[in-house]
Design a binder for this molecule. Sequence first.
Ligand code: AVJ
Length: 312
Amino acid sequence: MKNTFAQDVLKGLTAENKYLESKYFYDNNGSRIFQEIMNMPDYYPTNAEFEILSMQSKQIIEALEFSRPFNIIELGAGDGFKTFKLLEYLVSNNVDFHYIPIDISQEAIDILTKRLKEKLPSLKIHPQVGDYFEILKNNRESDYPSLLLFLGGNIGNYLEDKARELLQLFNRSMKVGDKLLIGIDLKKNPLVIHKAYSDDHGITKRFNLNLLIRINRELEADFKIDDFDFYSYYNPSTGNVKSYLVSLRRQTVTLKKLNTSINFEHNELIWTELSKKYAVDEIFTFAKETGFVVNSNFMDCKHYFTDSLWEK
Ligand code: AVJ
């Protein structure tokens, strides 16, 4: 794993247009800063999805049309807060199901498991730490139907081709009749989206700069954090939010572990993240292209976000 980080950083920083992959934001510090982002009122996706799962759990479960019992497999469960409302609904209605949260972070899975055991003692929980696809391999052999959860809008971080590949991979590990509930952030008033990614408190900036701090620590680099700024913009015609670090000076950074130095021009950019927004008709196309049928879209009252239910 560590190796991949080094290789990916080297590849990104020596590219013609420099970039770093957003999946590397989430070290322990980054995960904590992301919690702060989710608590900002301007970061609407958290509230929108929370509203959906609080108000529409019943409708979501009814739409599954599963002959019970079934499995709920959550991909990238994190600390699991977003899923709590759904689980709570199921447990309080004595629905027979097993909850299998998967995350790459042992820390996140430990916190999640402890919390859920306290709050929902009768929940049948089987936490898994590791790579989605390794763990998903077993799903094809299960006698039970499965609901896969891919919440939070994480699909937005993938370029369209990569997103399609990921969804096809999900599809291949599913049985006919299995369902996928996928959180997707929708196109909306550009000002709303802009504010969610360029907050006045500088939390999103800290989230991005933390990646340089991580590189300093893990790759023995000497990024001067004050010599970089943050810039993010939304393009309403493509639906892309793109985030960047900006070099405030002409400067050279040395990465000791990689035996290399990287030059930055004044105002040179490092692209750090894509957060793509979709229109509802694009979601239907996407599902079709990847082997799914859309059963229904569960949206918040402002129609900012959808938890889209797909069937294989
Ligand atoms: C966790 C990927 C859904 O793209 O909206 C929040 C991460 N980046 N603010 C997103 C993020 C900047 C977030 N996702």
